[in-house]
Write a protein that binds this ligand. Structure first.
Ligand SMILES: [Zn+2]
Length: 64
């Protein structure tokens, strides 16, 4: 899979937040972190419109 500096940056952020998600037990905090991860995933997909996007991620993004 192709990567670039921006993707690496977002990947790092997603990884950090995913780790956070595994540590946090508060539901509201978890929801907030999950939202952020979703936003970052969408932002990353938008960087490479030609690459196949996750249909589920798009549906989630559109639902909000
Ligand atoms: Zn990239």
């Amino acid at each position: 899979m192709l990567t670039c500096g921006k993707c690496d940056e977002i990947d790092n952020k997603i990884a950090r937040h995913s780790r956070l998600l595994s540590l946090v037990t508060d539901k509201i905090a978890r929801d907030g972190i999950a939202d952020l991860i979703e936003e970052m995933t969408t932002a990353k997909a938008a960087l490479h419109p030609n690459q196949r996007r996750s249909k589920l991620a798009l549906e989630r993004a559109n639902r909000r």
